[in-house]
Design a protein around this ligand. Structure first.
Ligand code: SF4
Length: 425
């Protein structure tokens, strides 16, 4: 592969996000709220893989690049958890959720490991008592190495947590400082080792194309992750959000700018090459993994709630919650579902979404598609599929349409191909 110059690229720019993220959603209308509540009164379809996501948007401090709404005020935790449990009950009491079985419990948000152990136990208990979690469900917990004491690690593993998702971002101390990460690389590594020693699987996030980061520094980050034998690594190119301290420092010239797209691509391809060499395969949005379960059918429904929660997917609805913690808590106290954005997918959009999911490295079975939508993919998306095939970005093997190795770095651009008038050339 030669991506040294834009000339050889199949697209002019590298997309970082697929269509249909929370960014594209609008506030709910009374009509779509009513139909959403109507769905909640019905029985759920039993053929969907479901995930439950309580959202705890608390962190010890805010990282300079972070665009999530997170809260660092400890006094807000107790009232928030009461509101969160109440909001979870709104869902738990519906027919739809009562007839749903969840394969995964994912505690997300900021870094909920900052919360006291008894409160974490309380939330985990609450979810297990009030929702039908399958007997072999997986529990994943988002954590930050700064607050992963041995007691915390023990509390998590003895309460059924199987995996920690940890935002390491980089092992390079000077880059960590620029990102305002609160512990040293040495301390962070010790916590990862301790967590592994105590039986937890570890998935880490690494960021690349950081301001001033060289390719060698990036390769070093990957090597350190491999040395630590983490189970999976999510590699994200840095998205610089205006208004974040990091973006401001770069704008003022206090930090160097981020690298251009050629550098970004080069870094991605290095990650792809090295992880492949060490037996980690690409999966999900940005992950290299050696965990078998990461290659199973992904969750098609996510029931969750919390201030800033944005992954809601229930039947044909996508939803996000109120971001502001106080407003979220007040809405729940008033007995309202704290939904701030809600989109209902039309039949056509559902079909496009099924097509675009090849971007998460999930092969699309042609026969399954025909059974669901009445026609084979190429009968509906002939133009798009032909273009992608001609560019060598996708291939069909044993009736499955999937990304090629060449298409992998362009997976988000490929996802956009299935959304007419929204294409990012
Ligand atoms: S720990 Fe994660 S969620 Fe919290 S501020 Fe840093 S990047 Fe954001």
């Amino acid at each position: 592969m030669n991506y040294e110059s834009h000339n050889g690229w199949p697209y002019k720019h590298i997309e970082h996000w697929p269509p249909m993220t929370y960014r594209d959603r609008s506030p709910p209308t009374p009509e779509n709220l009513e139909t959403f509540f109507g769905i909640l009164k019905t029985e759920s379809k039993d053929n969907q893989v479901k995930e439950l996501q309580p959202w705890l948007p608390f962190c010890e401090g805010k990282c300079s690049f972070c665009y999530f709404t997170v809260n660092c005020e400890k006094q807000n935790v107790t009232p928030y958890i009461s509101a969160l449990k109440k909001a979870l009950s709104f869902y738990a009491e519906t027919e739809y959720v009562k007839t749903s079985v969840f394969e995964e419990l994912y505690i997300g948000g900021g870094s909920p490991s900052v919360i006291a152990n008894e409160k974490i136990e309380d939330i985990l208990d609450f979810c297990r008592k009030n929702f039908n979690l399958s007997s072999d469900h997986t529990t994943k917990f988002t954590a930050c190495t700064t607050n992963l004491s041995l007691e915390k690690i023990n509390a998590l593993s003895s309460n059924g947590v199987n995996q920690l998702d940890i935002g390491i971002q980089t092992f390079n101390d000077s880059l960590r400082e620029n990102l305002m990460i609160r512990d040293s690389s040495k301390d962070a590594k010790k916590k990862l080792q301790l967590s592994k020693k105590n039986g937890l699987k570890i998935s880490i996030d690494l960021l690349y194309n950081l301001p001033g980061q060289t390719i060698d520094q990036w390769i070093e980050d990957i090597k350190q992750a491999l040395e630590l034998e983490v189970e999976s690594v999510d590699c994200y190119p840095l998205d610089l959000y205006p208004g974040t301290p990091l973006a401001k420092k770069i704008a003022k010239g206090e930090l160097p700018p981020i690298g251009n797209e050629e550098i970004e691509m080069k870094m991605y391809l290095e990650a792809y090459r090295i992880f492949k060499e060490y037996g980690y395969k690409p999966t999900c949005h940005n992950r290299f993994s050696r965990l078998e379960e990461d290659f199973k059918k992904p969750s098609s429904e996510v029931v969750g709630t919390g201030a800033g929660f944005f992954m809601g997917h229930l039947d044909r609805y996508l939803y996000s919650d109120i971001e502001d913690l106080q407003k979220y808590t007040n809405a729940v106290k008033d007995g309202k579902f704290p939904i701030s954005r809600l989109t209902s997918l039309s039949a056509d959009e559902e079909m496009r979404k099924a097509m675009m999911l090849i971007y998460i490295r999930n092969p699309l079975n042609r026969d399954w598609f025909k059974k669901e939508y009445g026609r084979f993919p190429e009968e509906i998306f002939s133009k798009e599929l032909e273009k992608l095939q001609n560019k060598g970005l996708i291939e069909t093997i044993n009736g499955n349409i999937q990304l090629t190795e060449k298409g992998d770095p362009w997976r988000f651009n490929i996802a956009w191909e299935f959304f007419e008038n929204k294409q990012h050339e």
